[in-house]
Write a protein that binds this ligand. Structure first.
Ligand code: HCA
Ligand code: CU
Length: 386
């Protein structure tokens, strides 16, 4: 297991730019890059300089920022592309080629021997430059494993730094990823990267399985943005690793995840999903009375992530019919309202009865707490009972 020793290749500025709503100006790219650097991402991957003149200039600008993160760009397996990529001053070049029968038939039309020959030229050239070299195969999961292993063995012999498994269409399951990565681990000496799309909701689990099987690098993007519904989200990967052992992600500045999610959501004009890992609005909200009681006594009863480690706070929702008197009592303490247990229990029954009739807000409950403390108990019809 290489869980203790992995790096994040943050691809918001490459894969993320392939998200339908993404259009980043140079200033916005720099802002994202700086924040990812502050978070501690080891690598930032940028759109190919071949994509457009601005993309090329942006590679040069971001490579020149002097960030701690290593700057990579991404190119097709063409010598010309590799030369232009190196010319931008990046620290590394991520080369990709399609090996699945679909891509061979409907895209570039090359067979495996031709792919290996092309890979040799490009990797040999890049090895002579002062850059890290990664070679990956698009749609690896629907490629014949022996085909891709042959390609990887050939580039490994040429001294490539990393090879990449890409689940381009999000079809892989954690078991499949574990299987292919562990087999690859036996076949090459270089590092192994995993890039996984999320079409069937497995992107976080697959990235984790890849690490368990010996992968050393995982591709992510902020909020998971990318082609279609995107790839492994940065926050999701961090949550998964933290849940195994917080020490695995202590090298990162975790509260920056919230800033990154908000920034990128804003720039691509989407809301952070309510159920998002870490930053979704209900991620640390507890509701049912039994949950609220236990979480207030001992948070880890119902929390595997400590909100305070991410610069966030838990919220116990008490204004509803599932509420419990312990949580209401805790709220009374927070407000400095003096009610004894018997009163709080009766007030809780009152809240439940009210909540059966209409939706309540925290303000409603706070108002009742103050009112009962000042004026005595009030029955549902509003008359004073004490
Ligand atoms: C794509 C390419 C890619 C490349 C991944 C990689 C994919 O946009 O289709 O370089 O490893 O998902 O295959 O993002
Ligand atoms: Cu991709």
């Amino acid at each position: 297991m290489s869980l203790e020793n992995f790096s994040i290749i943050e691809s918001t500025l490459r894969e993320g730019e392939q998200f339908v709503n993404a259009f980043f100006t140079t200033e916005q790219k720099v802002q994202i890059a700086r924040l990812l650097d502050e978070f501690g991402a080891e690598y930032l991957e940028l759109t190919s300089p071949l994509a457009s003149p601005q993309s090329r200039e942006d590679c040069e600008i971001i490579a020149g920022l002097g960030l701690n993160a290593k700057i990579l760009t991404h190119t097709r397996c063409h010598l010309k592309d590799a030369e232009i990529a190196v010319g931008t001053g990046v620290d590394g070049v991520d080369v990709v080629i399609g090996t699945s029968s679909y891509l061979r038939e409907f895209s570039h039309g090359k067979n495996i021997d031709e792919i290996i020959a092309l890979a040799r030229d490009v990797v040999t050239y890049l090895r002579e430059q002062d850059v890290e070299v990664r070679f990956s195969t698009e749609d690896s999961l629907r490629s014949d494993p022996e085909d891709i292993f042959h390609v990887y063995e050939a580039v490994d012999e040429l001294g490539v730094g990393r090879v990449g498994i890409a689940d381009t269409v999000g079809v892989g399951t954690p078991r499949q990823i574990y299987d292919v990565v562990s087999r690859l681990r036996q076949r090459v000496n270089c590092d192994i990267e995993f890039h996984g799309h999320n079409d069937s909701g497995c992107a976080v689990a697959n990235a984790y399985a890849a690490l368990e099987a010996g992968a050393t690098h995982v591709d992510t993007s902020v909020l998971g943005i990318g082609e279609r519904n995107g790839i492994t989200p940065l926050g999701g990967l961090v949550a998964r690793l933290y849940a195994t052992d917080p020490a695995l992600v202590e090298k990162y500045d975790l509260p920056v995840i919230g800033e990154l999610d908000r920034l990128v959501a804003d720039l691509v004009d989407v809301d952070i999903p309510f159920n998002n890992y870490i930053t979704g609005f209900s991620a640390f909200t507890h509701k049912a009375g039994i949950h609220a009681k236990a979480v207030l006594n001992h948070p880890s009863t119902y929390e595997i992530l400590k909100p305070e480690d991410f610069g966030l706070a838990r919220y116990v929702h008490i204004a509803h019919r599932l509420t419990g008197w312990n949580a209401v009592s805790h709220r009374a303490e927070q407000l400095g309202v003096a009610l004894d247990d018997g009163q709080v229990k009766r007030l809780t029954a009152h809240i439940k009865a009210l909540a059966d009739e209409r939706a309540l807000t925290l303000d409603d409950v706070d108002g009742l707490l103050y009112h009962w403390a000042e004026n005595g108990e009030v029955s549902l019809d509003g008359s004073n009972t004490s």
